[in-house]
Design a protein around this ligand. Structure first.
Ligand code: CP3
Length: 349
């Protein structure tokens, strides 16, 4: 391990507050998942939703990457769509196809039918996973909670699954602006309650996934999405760092920063230094290695890791991560090598 007295506060939480750390903290989106044999063994016996709804098992999956990789944080094992199941839209995870919403929300009438969710009764199992995972983690390793941001969750509800062009989503936004605002307001309110429940149960930071927000023009983001994201973030318990993440967001970074968050997540399409410059020093950044880089051996991806650390330049406020989730075909040894590489290269600076 690294020499010296360990910091009182976990490195990830220090970095999120833009305080100096002895090395750059690193965790990885989708660090618990199919690339890991331990996960596949459990997954062979349970469906994905069963895993999520069995706190004992979900907590175990949450801890697996901490033990195997030595990452500086655990992320709760759950999914951004668990919160929409109680809306009665028929959530399924179809084999090999990702999430399916059986009754998509397409019209003002569909939106009007959605009832508010009582998070304690609807997703109490997630809060139990948080309590169990927190109990199982070393004191120095923080637990990150998460939820989907209103736009990204709305896109699944409206499209009925993953999408390329988000045509139905944008049409509702443009043609039925009142229904759109009602839907996003409902999601913002429910999601704030959901994240506050995770915080009360013990998560020490939260990440808001607006994974697909890069599909929007800056004007649409500013007018139709940012106000709801801001309401959500403002509704969170104070003192817990918020990581605000999206992909394809190079043209939206200043607006995302304004919408809120202590840390802004960057994907690999933007150079980390350039992205940070657009947002200014008053915010921390997370990212941003291309997940595909990890398919190649460590000596191939080391230059890209060095470039990211150089771009951060040892400034307080960088959390190393990928620009999006680990791909299922990634060798576990490459992921472990990345974590060690980030620790070693950043501690030497
Ligand atoms: O990061 C972690 O390790 C924590 C767990 C986590 C999952 N989903 C588990 C999961 C997190 C943080 C998520 C977030 C999530 N879920 C997002 C935002 C992040 C991103 O990737 O942009 C989105 C868009 C979803 C919705 C979702 N869930 C999709 C599109 C899919 C299918 C794609 C896929 O990888 O299979 C899922 C399923 C899912 N969520 C799996 C896992 C481990 C795979 C399920 C399986 O075992 O078959």
């Amino acid at each position: 391990m690294l020499s010296g007295v360990p910091p009182v506060e976990p490195t990830l939480l220090l970095a999120a507050r833009r305080q100096p750390t002895p090395f750059t903290p690193v965790w990885l989106m989708r660090q618990a998942g199919r690339y890991m044999p331990e996960y596949r063994a459990l997954r062979a016996r349970h469906s994905f939703l069963e895993l999520c709804k069995t706190p004992q098992v979900a907590a175990e999956v949450t801890l697996q990457p901490v033990e195997r990789l030595g990452v500086d944080a655990a992320i709760l094992f759950a999914d951004i769509l668990l919160i929409v199941e109680p809306l009665g839209v028929g959530l399924e995870f179809a084999k090999g196809e990702g999430p399916v919403i059986q009754r998509p929300v397409r019209t003002a009438a569909d939106v009007a039918r959605l009832a508010p969710v009582d998070v304690e009764s609807a997703v109490g199992f997630v809060f139990e996973t948080v309590r169990l995972a927190r109990r199982g983690l070393p004191a120095g390793v923080p637990l990150i909670g998460f939820a989907g941001a209103p736009f990204t969750v709305a896109s699944y509800l409206i499209e009925g699954g993953p999408s390329r062009d988000f045509v139905a989503t944008k049409r509702l936004m443009h043609e039925e602006p009142e229904a759109w605002d009602r839907l996003l307001a409902l999601l913002a309110k429910t999601t704030a309650a959901y994240l506050n429940g995770q915080i009360a149960a013990g998560v020490q930071a939260v990440q808001l996934f607006d994974s697909w927000v890069g599909a929007l023009s800056p004007d649409d983001y500013r007018e139709s999405v940012a106000p709801h994201t801001r309401t959500l973030i403002e509704g969170l318990a104070p003192g817990v760092p918020v990581i605000h993440f999206g992909t394809g967001t190079a043209g939206l970074l200043a607006l995302m920063r304004e919408a809120g968050g202590d840390v802004i997540g960057l994907d690999w399409r933007v150079e980390l230094g350039a992205g940070w410059r657009v947002m200014g020093d008053g915010v921390a950044v997370q990212g941003n290695l291309d997940p595909v880089a990890l398919l190649s051996p460590p000596k191939r991806f080391e230059p890209a890791v060095r470039r990211i650390l150089d771009a951060a330049g040892g400034r307080p406020g960088h959390i190393f991560n990928l620009g999006h989730g680990i791909l299922p075909s990634t060798p576990v040894e490459h992921v472990k090598a990345l974590v060690d590489m980030v620790h070693e290269l950043s501690a030497r600076r």
